[in-house]
Design a protein around this ligand. Structure first.
Ligand code: GDP
Length: 604
């Protein structure tokens, strides 16, 4: 469900809302599908000054809601909260237990994800951890892959998500799920910090999850731990032995060395967070993975994050519900109940839900049906709105309504040298009320991975002198992510400044119109050189902006000065045709160059 629904006007047929004994202003607004600002105004007119995250009791909520034309009923016991996406960045544990009575909270195992560059040993490490921690009688048993498993170390449990890599981690975060308490960053000691290592660090930071480094492959003769520590320091992870606070454990997944120490250190990091949940309530949590079995139907792995799940419980996920017919642990044993931080596979759900969706147990099928119907209605209402999850304009309006005090940015620039001045000038714009946070600062085109990070963290993507990969463009359009491209720093800074102050003008977005490949270079003495080219896709138009790419690198950015078919000047040339192209003030064409035509379109 999309945050936009907050702004949707209430549907006439849905004027009754069920309200719990206490809720935040934001939650009340979302139940009524109105802007939190309107709720704050209504509270003010009743003499109550409240902020968006303030808790209000049932009576106050009832007065305000009825003033706004709603009939208010008390919430049925243990009816789940609406499936609104949580605020970006809020730590997982806070979300589920925020409303719990602290005296009911008991310690729970930590949930750990393993991230790192490809081939650095994530899968091997996860396999070893699992293999070394099953007891003798279990070792012979069938080991099930259900997407997560638990091990016991010194009498205490740890839960591992066993789909390594940040794609799975990000996909879950993109659906608003935060299940991880700790990230183990696997870095191969012979290879060091690589692009996906950096990405993993960015994802862990964006999710505000602590990092523990597993320095893997120390058995290799070319392992160079000090070099890796230096590289980690360069990306802001200073290890303990160098005076920092990041624990780094040398391991060899292959030789099975250092693994016990790694596991013990997990407690050192996670004990600080004092992870707790209330086991004595209906279960809530997140879908880890799900598969369709021809014989058994949907098999869904759930991570219980609060409460206890029982066989026979009625589970609501998104807009479906089902009864838990049978439940299995990660070793394939049938179990009857599962408490906080336990991964379980359940049978009995009618569909295959997506990883990262939230689940909740409700008291009866009746409540389940009502919840699902309310969500379907809310989804229909949200669908009517244009989907723009994160635009600069929207970030600003969220800031004004007090919904967020942070602007998250993914920045891509052509060269490293451009990054620092941009970051410095943009950070200066931040104020006490509003922080600007760079989730990624990198060089190169905007890729799908950049957009994914933005989706997961409600961030804006800013490109400086770079273009957008077609796959990234498609994803951004599908997810409603704002990509803003600039080629002068002051414009970028000016736009952000305006957004922060609420004076933003319409945004323009670059749209690539087509590509042509240079197949010959003609020297025409009077006019200089002309490229004989073949239009590969789309269309090229005379006088429109274009750039010339050589081996993927941009060597020219300007416009198409002339376009010819045979001897005739033409206004445009479509895919599949040959033509002569002259770029303005450019002569140096080479066979194999790509000419990319584009236009700037208004997006708001
Ligand atoms: P992933 O892509 O990060 O999941 O990496 P894998 O676990 O698939 O490992 C990649 C390769 O590195 C495999 O050939 C492993 O056998 C090897 N490998 C993993 N850990 C170690 C280690 O500690 N030492 C050595 N020498 N090789 C390792």
């Amino acid at each position: 469900m999309n945050k936009d629904q907050i702004k949707t006007p209430p549907a006439v047929e849905q004027r009754t809302i069920r309200v719990p004994s206490s809720l935040t202003v934001r939650e009340l607004a979302s139940l009524m599908q109105v802007s939190p600002i309107d709720v704050i105004k209504q509270l003010m007119s009743n003499g109550i000054m409240a902020t968006i995250n303030q808790q209000i009791d049932f009576d106050t909520a009832a007065i305000v809601a009825s003033d706004m034309g709603f009939e208010v009923l008390p919430e049925a016991p243990s009816e789940p909260a609406p499936a609104t996406a949580p605020a970006a960045g809020a730590p997982a544990r806070d979300r589920f237990i925020a409303d719990e009575d602290p005296s009911k909270l008991k310690p729970r195992p930590s949930v750990v994800a393993v991230l790192g560059h490809v081939d650095h040993g994530k899968t091997t490490l996860l396999d070893r951890i699992r293999a070394t921690n099953v007891t003798a009688e279990e070792a012979g048993g069938i080991t099930q892959h259900i997407g997560a498993y638990q091990v016991t170390v010194g009498g205490r449990k740890i839960t591992f998500l066993d789909t390594p890599g940040h794609q799975a981690f990000t996909a879950m975060r993109a659906r608003g799920a935060q299940v991880t308490d700790l990230v183990i960053l696997v870095v191969a000691a012979d290879d060091g910090v690589m692009p996906q290592t950096r990405e993993a660090i960015e994802h862990a930071r964006a999710a505000q999850v602590p990092i523990l480094v597993a320095l893997n492959k120390i058995d290799k003769s070319n392992a160079n731990p000090d070099r890796v520590k230096q590289q980690l320091a360069d990306v802001g992870l200073l290890v303990e032995e160098w005076g920092g606070d990041v624990i780094c454990v040398p391991v060899s997944a292959k030789m099975q060395t250092g693994i016990d120490e790694l596991l013990e250190n997990i407690f050192l990091v996670t004990d600080v967070a004092d992870l707790r949940a209330n086991p004595d309530r209906p279960a809530q949590g997140t879908v880890i993975e799900s598969t369709m079995d021809e014989r058994q139907g949907a098999k869904v792995t759930l991570l219980v994050q609060n409460g206890t799940l029982h066989v026979g419980d009625i589970v609501v996920i998104g807009t479906h519900f089902g009864k838990v017919r049978a439940m299995f642990d990660d070793r394939g044993n049938r179990i009857k109940q599962a408490g906080p931080s336990t991964p379980v596979a359940i049978l009995g759900f009618p569909v295959v839900p997506l990883a990262g969706e939230r689940f909740e147990v409700v008291v009866s099928e009746h409540v389940a049906r009502e919840t699902v119907n309310a969500r379907l209605a809310a989804e229909r209402a949200a669908d009517k709105q244009q989907r723009r999850t994160v635009s600069l304009e929207e970030v600003f309006s969220r800031m004004q309504s007090g919904e967020t005090q942070e602007v998250n940015i993914v920045l891509k620039a052509d060269v490293q040298g451009s990054i620092e001045p941009i970051v410095n000038s943009v950070c200066e714009l931040g104020s006490q009320e509003c922080k600007v946070r760079f989730l990624r600062q990198g060089t190169g085109n905007i890729t799908e991975s950049d957009v994914m990070l933005a989706v997961a963290s409600s961030a804006i993507v800013i490109g400086f002198n770079v273009s957008v990969d077609p796959a990234a463009q498609r994803l951004a359009e599908a997810e409603g992510v704002d990509i803003r491209l600039y080629n002068v720093i002051y414009r970028l800074v000016e736009d952000l400044d305006k957004a922060l102050k609420g004076r933003l003008e319409p945004a323009y977005q670059e749209v690539v119109t087509g590509h042509a490949e240079v197949r010959a270079v003609f020297k025409i003495s009077r006019r200089g050189n002309v490229a004989g080219a073949y239009v590969l896709d789309g269309q090229l138009t005379r006088n429109s902006p274009a750039r010339l790419l050589r081996n993927g690198e941009k060597v020219y950015d300007g416009k198409i000065a002339s376009l010819r078919r045979f001897t005739e000047d033409v206004a445009e040339v479509n895919a599949g045709y040959e033509c002569g192209i002259a770029l303005e003030d450019f002569q140096d064409y080479q066979v194999g160059d790509i000419i990319e035509g584009y236009k700037m379109e208004r997006v708001s």
